[in-house]
Design a binder for this molecule. Structure first.
Ligand code: NOJ
Ligand code: CA
Length: 584
C-alpha cells in the first residue's frame, strides 16, 4: 500500500537538466530546440526521471546562450514558438512528469528594451531599473568603487552615452537589475507569476545570491583569497561582502516564496543557484523553511572519490539540511567539468556515484548525458563560443587544464556538446553540423549502444531511478547511518520510513575502494534489490562480497519481488519496477 506521503512532491522528485541547445535538433539547423525536447520525451521518461529543468530558451541575443534574456515572455526563434513551449508543458504533464524553467532574475541582456532605454539618458524613466553610479573621480578613469564581478575584474562598466557606470555581477553585457526599485521587483515577480500561470512546476534561480547589492556602495573588504570556490565564493582578493549574500537577498527569498505559494494546485518549487558553505546556503531556505524550497549544493561535485570524503559530505548535508529542509545532490551541470571526467572515464565509479545520488536523502539533479558517461570535450579557449572562454582567451592551455582539474571550466562549451544519441556523424543529434562539435568518443558513449546492454551505465541509472520511484523509503525516508563495523571506504546507511502504519527500510552499501569487502553475517537481513553489477540481484545481503566500486541496496522482505532485469527495460518501455512489499 502507498503510504500517505510525509513530504511534498518536490522533495521526493528526481530532476534531469536539459541544455536545450544541445539535446536534440528538431528542425535540422544544428541547434537543439523545444521540438527536439518534445521528440525525446519518451527517452527521458524511459530513463525514469520525473522533473525536467530546461536551461533558458527565452528571447535573447544568445551572447551567454540564453542567460542574457531580452524578453522574458517570448521564446527565442531558434528554440521554437510559444505554441511549442505550451505543447511541451502539456506533454510533460501528460506523462505524469514535471517541468522547471530557468529564471534569470539578477540581470538582463544589454539588449533588453529596459536597458536600451535605461542607458539612453540620465532622466529616462527606466534609468533606475539598473544600477548606475558616477565614477570615483567623476569620469571614465575610475569605477565607483572596488567591487569585483563573479569572474574577477571590476564589475562596473563605463557607458559613454551618459558618462556613468553600470554594475554587472557576471559579464558586462548582462547588466544587473536594481531590485531596490519597486517597479523592477514588481515587473520580475510578474514574470514569475506568468510562467507559473502557464503551468510550470518550478523555477531554477540563476545566481540568486547576487540579487541585492548594498545601498551604501562602500568598498568590499580586502581578502587574501585569490580564487573563489563552491563553498567560499569570496576571491579575487576581496570579500564580496556588499555584493553577494546580502541580507536583503535572503529576505527576498521569503518574498518570492510567498508568491510561489500562491500557486497550490499543484504546489510549485524554487531551487536557488547560490554558493557558499552549507550554513550560508541554508539561510536562503529561511529559518522556518519559508524561503527557497531548495538550493544547489555543489560540494558533491568536488568531493574526492573515497569513502571518507563521501561520508563527510553526506554528514555535512544531513547536519545542515535536517527535515523539513532537504539537501540536493548535484554531480554536474552546464558550467562544470562533466562527472565522468573527474572519474577518469570509469563507468564503474560513475555507477557508484549514481547509487549515492539516487539513494541518499535529498533531491538528485542529473545533467543530460551523465547517464551515458558523456565526457568533456577539450576545446581550446580561442575556439570557444562561450563568452567566459572569450574573456579568458589569453590564459595558457596548461593553466586551463589545472583549472579544469579544480572543477572550474574556463570554456564551458566543453560540457555542453551535443547529446550522443548514436554513433552517426552528428551523434544522432542533428542532420547537419551541430553548433558545437560532437565528442569524438560518441561510439561508446551513446544511447543506442547502451540501450540494450543490461550492464551499461544507462541501464544502471534506469534501475536506480525505477527503484527510487517505487520506494517511498528512498524518496522520503530518514537517513540512518549503519552501526556495523565496516572498512572506512564502505559508506553504509539505511533509508527508513515510518509513516501512518507504513514501515519500510532500504539498506545501502557503497564500496569506494578497489578491494572486495565481505558484509558481516549480522548485517540487517534482506536481499539485494539493486546492485551496480546487475547480476547480484536477489542475493542475500549477509555475507555478501561487495566488489570493488560496487554499490548495493538491500530490502528486508526477502527479495520476493525484486526488480526485473535491466535488459527488459530498454528505451521504449518505462521500467515497471515494484519495490518489494512493505512491512506494515
Ligand atoms: C550561472 C549560469 O549557470 C551560467 O551558465 C550563466 O552564464 C551565469 N549564471 C550568468 O547568468
Ligand atoms: Ca533546431
Amino acid at each position: 500500500m502507498e503510504p500517505a506521503h510525509a513530504s511534498p512532491w518536490w522533495k521526493r522528485t528526481t530532476t534531469y537538466q536539459i541544455y536545450p541547445r544541445s539535446f536534440f535538433d528538431g528542425n535540422g539547423d544544428g541547434i537543439g530546440d523545444l521540438r527536439g525536447v518534445l521528440a525525446k520525451l519518451d527517452y527521458v521518461q524511459s530513463l525514469g526521471v520525473e522533473t525536467l529543468w530546461l536551461s533558458p530558451f527565452f528571447e535573447s541575443p544568445q551572447a551567454d546562450f540564453g542567460y542574457d534574456v531580452s524578453d522574458h515572455y517570448a521564446i527565442a526563434p531558434e528554440y521554437g514558438t510559444l505554441a511549442d513551449c505550451r505543447t511541451l508543458i502539456r506533454e510533460v504533464h501528460a506523462r505524469g512528469m514535471k517541468i522547471v524553467f530557468d529564471m534569470v532574475l539578477n540581470h538582463t541582456s544589454e539588449h533588453h528594451p529596459w536597458f536600451v532605454e535605461s542607458r539612453s539618458s540620465l532622466s529616462n524613466p527606466k534609468r533606475d531599473y539598473y544600477i548606475w553610479r558616477d565614477g570615483r573621480r567623476g569620469g571614465a578613469s575610475a569605477p565607483p568603487n572596488n567591487w569585483r564581478s563573479m569572474l574577477g575584474g571590476s564589475g562596473w562598466r563605463h557607458d559613454p552615452v551618459t558618462g556613468q557606470w553600470y554594475w554587472a555581477s557576471f559579464l558586462g553585457f548582462q547588466p544587473d537589475l536594481n531590485y531596490r526599485n519597486p517597479e523592477v521587483k514588481a515587473a520580475m515577480l510578474g514574470v514569475v507569476r506568468h510562467w507559473l500561470d502557464e503551468g510550470v512546476d518550478g523555477l531554477r534561480l540563476d545566481i540568486f545570491n547576487a540579487l541585492f547589492k548594498d545601498a551604501s556602495f562602500a568598498d568590499n573588504p580586502f581578502s587574501w583569497r585569490a580564487m573563489p570556490s563552491e563553498d567560499n565564493p569570496h576571491g579575487f582578493f576581496q570579500r564580496h561582502h556588499h555584493t553577494i549574500d546580502h541580507p536583503d537577498t535572503i529576505a527576498f527569498a521569503r518574498e518570492l516564496r510567498a508568491v510561489v505559494d500562491e500557486f497550490q494546485s499543484p504546489p510549485r518549487f524554487l531551487v536557488g543557484e547560490v554558493f557558499g558553505d552549507a550554513r550560508t546556503l541554508r539561510r536562503y531556505c529561511g529559518e522556518a523553511a519559508d524561503g527557497l524550497h531548495l538550493v544547489f549544493l555543489f560540494a558533491a561535485m568536488r568531493a574526492r572519490f573515497t569513502g571518507h570524503s563521501v561520508r563527510k559530505l553526506v554528514e555535512q548535508f544531513e547536519r545542515a539540511f535536517p527535515d523539513p529542509f532537504s539537501p540536493t545532490y548535484v554531480l554536474g551541470n552546464h558550467d562544470r567539468p562533466r562527472l565522468i571526467h573527474r572519474l577518469g572515464g570509469r563507468h564503474d565509479k560513475a555507477k557508484l556515484l549514481a547509487a549515492l545520488q539516487l539513494t541518499a536523502r535529498g533531491v538528485p539533479f542529473l545533467y543530460y548525458g551523465e547517464e551515458i558517461g558523456m565526457e568533456n570535450h577539450d576545446i581550446p579557449l580561442h575556439e570557444g563560443l562561450d563568452p567566459v572562454a572569450t574573456r579568458y582567451r589569453a590564459i595558457p592551455r596548461w593553466l586551463v587544464g589545472a583549472f579544469r582539474r579544480r572543477g572550474i571550466l574556463l570554456n564551458r562549451d566543453e560540457c555542453r556538446t551535443p547529446m550522443q544519441w548514436d554513433d552517426g556523424p552528428h551523434a544522432g543529434f542533428s542532420s547537419v553540423t551541430p553548433w558545437l562539435p560532437v565528442h569524438p568518443k560518441r561510439a561508446s558513449a551513446n544511447v543506442a549502444a547502451q540501450d540494450g546492454d543490461p550492464r551499461s551505465l544507462l541501464n544502471c541509472y534506469r534501475r536506480l531511478l525505477a527503484l527510487r520511484r517505487s520506494s517511498p523509503a528512498l524518496q522520503e525516508g530518514a537517513l540512518v547511518w549503519s552501526e556495523q563495523r565496516l572498512p572506512r571506504d564502505v559508506v553504509a546507511y539505511a533509508r527508513v520510513l515510518d509513516v501512518e502504519g507504513h514501515r519500510e527500510r532500504a539498506d545501502v552499501y557503497l564500496n569506494f575502494s578497489d578491494s572486495a569487502v565481505t558484509l558481516p553475517g549480522d548485517a540487517p537481513p534482506g536481499r539485494i534489490v539493486f546492485s551496480c553489477r546487475d547480476e547480484a540481484r536477489g542475493a542475500p545481503v549477509r555475507g555478501y562480497v561487495l566488489a570493488p566500486n560496487e554499490g548495493i541496496v538491500a530490502s528486508d522482505d526477502g527479495g520476493a519481488r525484486a526488480q526485473p532485469s535491466a535488459a527488459s527495460e530498454n528505451s521504449s518501455i518505462a521500467p515497471s519496477t515494484t519495490w518489494p512489499s512493505s512491512v506494515t
